[in-house]
Design a protein around this ligand. Structure first.
Ligand SMILES: *[C@@H]1O[C@H](CO)[C@@H](O)[C@H](O)[C@H]1NC(C)=O
Ligand SMILES: *[C@@H]1O[C@H](CO)[C@@H](O)[C@H](O)[C@H]1NC(C)=O
Ligand SMILES: *[C@@H]1O[C@H](CO)[C@@H](O)[C@H](O)[C@H]1NC(C)=O
Length: 502
């Protein structure tokens, strides 16, 4: 199917869009609901098919399908108009799963179970009731210590994950730009009115950037015109968490051997180099750390770290950047939405790393069994949250070939992650998952099919690209120098793309 591609002028379409916004909201909610239902059915059908209990479920399916058909017809009529304007024209593309797709998902899940049991230090994965769901469980004698402060409930010992969701979203991260740029805000429909002011602290008072000059001024110190980093620009990267576990192993030299090292918040280097290394290329900052920018820049003696802020820009920060003459590059992060799973600085750091590195290794996250309490390597206990869920999530990431875990119990630098899926399995499973999840551009061989919004690039990709590593250059060639930004809250995970003008 030939996909229509638009280069939009959103100012022209602004009035029409505003009229449609109300409808759009309810329709997209409906669509998401329908997609879920449909997906559920499809996966049930798939699974029951393979287990030949299809017949007993048949009546149930056809009744549900009738209702669905009606809703779909209603929704698609309305959505057709919207799709025309929003460019997500591939919402109903070639979404049928082929035998090959089913095989790929089966192969991913089979390998995944083996991988978790071979590497997870007691964790076990079992398949759920379709090709996507898995449940990762801790051994029954695991002492669950964390209590939900609201409900007082202790954390459970098993967690459900959607492998399809994970493989589709994380593989997309590898091709995305996760730094906020002016180019992005300019290209986003109502970027300045709706988005920019949310990235400025006290944005409420800015009246949605009615005065764009004022907003641009506030963002100017952290807003590059175009992305400063490229997918696969760095080869091997290490993301260093802040866990007290780090003091159990002398990882310092090993960590310094990476091409780029990514640290978090107020993590010190001095006095701990034996354990955490000296090198520091990036530092991910949450709100609290970003406000103490003057202290944070002192942590790296070379003062060359780039600082990536995952929240908003604050007047205090702007003042410090200007007055203390902070020379480090400082940017705001633009993240994909993973739902509730990936909010902490640790996962954001992994996301950032995966968007610029070929491979990502992880140190200093609390991932081994038998931990007593959460501590930082440089201070006493801290307020943790859902530690077992976190450990299971990282194990899932390792078994999807996204990261490699290093910890006191996995300290051998040459440790091979057993049963990690091959590139080709991941690729095939990712394509199948995109279809199942009805992602924008699913089933197309062209990575640019995921572009829900396309704009021309400002003239910038100059000499820089040719000086990059071969893998990064190859990637630029294969995506025709397109920059792909994640679009938060886009139901089909469509991207905002800026295409090369030449
Ligand atoms: C917008 O903000 C700029 C910078 O603070 C200011 O100079 C200008 O007067 C403001 N414009 C309006 C219309 O308020
Ligand atoms: C390192 O140790 C010295 C001496 O104890 C101390 O003065 C300094 O503040 C420490 N540095 C950090 C970053 O903790
Ligand atoms: C990411 O880019 C590579 C080319 O470097 C391409 O082969 C792959 O399909 C892309 N992945 C996604 C999810 O678009």
């Amino acid at each position: 199917m030939q996909r229509r591609r638009f280069v939009f002028n959103f100012e022209d379409l602004n009035c029409i869009l505003k009229l449609l916004v109300g409808t759009q909201l309810s329709v997209s909610r409906l669509l998401v609901q329908i997609q879920r239902e449909h997906l559920f059915l499809e996966s049930r059908v798939l699974r029951s098919h393979s287990e030949s209990i299809y017949h007993s479920d048949r009546r149930f399916h056809s009744m549900r399908l009738l209702q669905l058909g009606f809703l779909l017809a209603l929704a698609s009529g309305l959505s057709a108009i919207l799709i025309y304007f929003t460019g997500t024209s591939n919402l109903y593309g070639s979404h049928r799963l082929s035998d090959e797709d089913v095989e790929a998902l089966q192969s991913l899940q089979g390998g995944f179970r083996k991988c978790v049991s071979a590497n997870g230090l007691g964790l076990q994965a079992v398949s759920g009731n379709d090709y996507c769901q898995v449940t990762i469980s801790f051994p029954g004698d695991t002492a669950s210590k964390w209590k939900d402060p609201k409900t007082g409930e202790v954390e459970g010992l098993s967690f459900d994950f959607n492998l399809c969701e994970a493989v589709a979203t994380w593989e997309q991260v590898r091709n995305s730009t996760t730094i906020l740029t002016k180019e992005f805000i300019d290209a986003l429909p109502n970027g300045w009115e709706d988005y920019a002011w949310r990235r400025i602290n006290k944005g409420v008072l800015l009246n949605r950037c009615a005065n764009k000059t004022l907003c641009m001024e506030k963002l100017s110190l952290v807003l590059p015109e175009a992305p400063p980093y490229y997918p696969r620009q760095f080869g091997r990267c290490a993301v260093i968490g802040n866990s007290g576990d780090l003091l159990q192993t002398r990882f310092g030299k090993e960590i310094d051997s990476y091409d780029a090292v990514i640290r978090e918040n107020g993590a010190p280097i001095q006095n701990y180099t034996e354990y955490v290394g000296k090198k520091s290329t990036f530092r991910l900052l949450n709100r609290g750390s970003a406000k103490a920018l003057d202290k944070v820049v002192e942590l790296d003696e070379t003062r060359k770290e780039s600082l990536i802020i995952k929240t908003t820009i604050h007047d205090i920060m702007n003042q410090m950047i200007r007055e203390i003459r902070i020379k480090n590059s400082i940017y705001l992060m633009l993240g994909a939405s993973f739902g509730s799973a990936a909010k902490g600085t640790g996962l954001k750091a992994l996301e950032f790393a995966l968007s610029i590195c070929e491979s990502v290794d992880m140190y200093g996250f609390t991932v081994d069994p038998g931990y007593k309490e959460w501590t930082r390597y440089f201070s006493e206990s801290r307020k943790g949250h859902t530690p077992l869920h976190g450990r299971a999530y990282y194990q899932m990431m390792e078994c999807l070939g996204l990261i490699r875990i290093h910890s006191p119990m996995r300290a051998d630098p040459n440790r091979v992650v057993k049963w990690v899926p091959s590139q080709s399995v991941i690729r095939a499973a990712r394509i199948a998952s995109e279809k199942l999840l009805r992602r924008v551009g699913a089933g197309s061989a062209d990575p640019l099919a995921a572009c829900a919004i396309t704009r021309k690039q400002v003239e910038w990709k100059s000499t820089m690209v040719s000086s990059l590593r071969k893998a990064a250059v190859d990637h630029q060639i294969s995506v025709k120098a397109t920059t792909m930004y994640p679009l938060e809250h886009n139901p089909g995970h469509g991207m905002l793309c800026t295409v090369s003008a030449s």
